[in-house]
Design a protein around this ligand. Structure first.
Ligand code: COA
Length: 377
């Protein structure tokens, strides 16, 4: 019996994150997501995923410094980025950039545990700088150099926009990164595991994951949500817009989830942050439209008896846009965060590896004979 989309199939054991879909809960290594979002930094979450425990003060200082150093780009990677067309998707630039970075990493093919742990840090740092450097280059500006003294979230916003963010902006970015760090056996994490299970190197695994995250049914959804909010244009227009799209049998981006059949616990956290940021910036238009669209979706889905709720991407759109992140960089911000989970999953896969190789149910014809070339239709 085949399972389309592998729904319900358990293909790995993990101690990294647990999604309890019908209760709307997400847990990283024992900690509820809300507890982490309120009390730790993204660097602490990285450490938690890579080590299974939260860091003490000395360890936190160490991982912060390592992640800071890891954000420095090799000149060869910058040269590759400079060669890219300026109109490609930033996720395509990231895919190429990280692949290039692997070629400049002397430990790329060293598959010892120690080297792989160092690469997990390096890859996470490099993903920050490749995405932000491409943003500058495509607009004819020089990349902003990483500042290892700053927190990762703050530095990412600074490298992306060219100016240091305020405290609230940096905090909100930090929380957004925490919320996206890991999420069970999601499609991109599965890709990373499949690749590394062949004993390919960690860079290859993460490049696979980047390609998978790019799609609109996965990480690409947040960018489409923003386009939808722009198209709706005004909170008062949300009802007609959503009902029209549903009548045309279109999917509303930012709603629904393969695993959550209750509210995604990350959505209300992002919603509150979007509201706070909107107030501070005097720009609440996007969160107003988001809330109006969500209210209509709730009624429409209730009326159809479907358990479809807003997911993490829905409110991250308003948050990122108000933070000044260009719309087509939304998925790259997701990748910056998920790099921590991808690399942690790679380490976990390698600790107890088995080639991942499911079967396909053959539904094609049998018994055909090869006709000579000249006799074929
Ligand atoms: N808008 C409208 N209807 C939706 C919907 C959405 N975003 N998501 C699911 N549905 C409907 C489907 O049309 C389907 O209805 P049907 O049973 O009448 O055919 C039903 O809900 C189940 O959908 P299904 O495609 O089986 O769910 P899935 O588990 O395969 O898909 C997603 C999950 C995430 C791919 C899907 O919800 C989606 O496309 N969402 C939009 C993209 C998105 O936000 N992705 C980010 C996920 S974090």
């Amino acid at each position: 019996m085949s399972s389309q989309g592998l729904e319900g199939v358990v293909a790995a054991k993990t101690s990294l994150s647990k999604v309890i879909g019908d209760e709307g809960r997400l847990i990283y290594a024992g900690y509820e997501i809300g507890d982490l979002a309120e009390n730790v930094s993204f660097e602490e979450v990285c450490y938690l995923l890579w080590n299974g425990e939260l860091p003490n003060a000395t360890e936190l200082e160490g991982i912060g410094r390592e992640l800071g150093e890891a954000r420095r780009l090799h000149p060869g990677v910058l040269e590759v980025l400079r060669l890219l067309p300026t109109d490609i998707h930033p996720m395509a630039a990231l895919r190429t950039g990280l692949s290039a970075a692997g070629n400049f990493d002397p430990e790329a093919e060293d598959d010892s545990l120690e080297a792989n742990r160092r690469k997990a840090v390096r890859i996470t740092g490099q993903i920050c700088s490749i995405s932000t450097a491409y943003e500058r280059l495509r607009h004819g500006a020089d990349p902003v150099e990483a500042d290892p003294e700053r927190g990762l979230a703050e530095d990412v916003l600074r490298m992306l926009t060219g100016s240091a963010p305020g405290e609230l902006e940096a905090h909100i970015m930090d929380v957004a990164l925490i919320l996206h760090a890991d999420h069970g056996l999601n499609a991109s994490t599965f890709s990373a595991r499949v690749t590394v299970a062949t004993l390919a190197d960690m860079y290859s695994a993460i490049v696979s994951a980047i390609g998978t995250l790019k799609g609109p049914l996965h990480g690409g959804a947040n960018q489409r949500v923003m386009r939808m909010l722009m198209d709706i244009g005004d909170a008062a227009a949300a009802g007609d817009w959503i009902r029209g799209a549903l009548e045309r049998k279109e999917r509303i981006m930012g709603f629904g989830h393969r695993v959550y059949k209750a509210l995604d616990p990350r959505a209300p956290i992002l919603k509150a942050l979007a509201r706070e940021l909107g107030r501070e910036r005097g720009e609440s238009r996007w969160i107003d439209i988001s809330e109006a669209a969500n209210a209509v979706m709730r009624d429409e889905m209730d009326a159809r008896g479907k358990k479809i709720y807003a997911n993490v991407d829905f409110y991250s759109a308003a948050v990122y846009y108000t933070l000044g992140v260009p719309v087509d960089q939304f998925t790259n911000v997701f990748a910056i965060s998920r790099a921590s989970g991808w690399t942690a999953n790679v380490l976990e896969q390698l600790a107890d590896n088995r080639l991942i190789r499911p079967k396909a149910e053959y539904v094609g014809p049998l018994g055909k004979r090869v006709a000579p070339l000249g006799e074929r239709a």
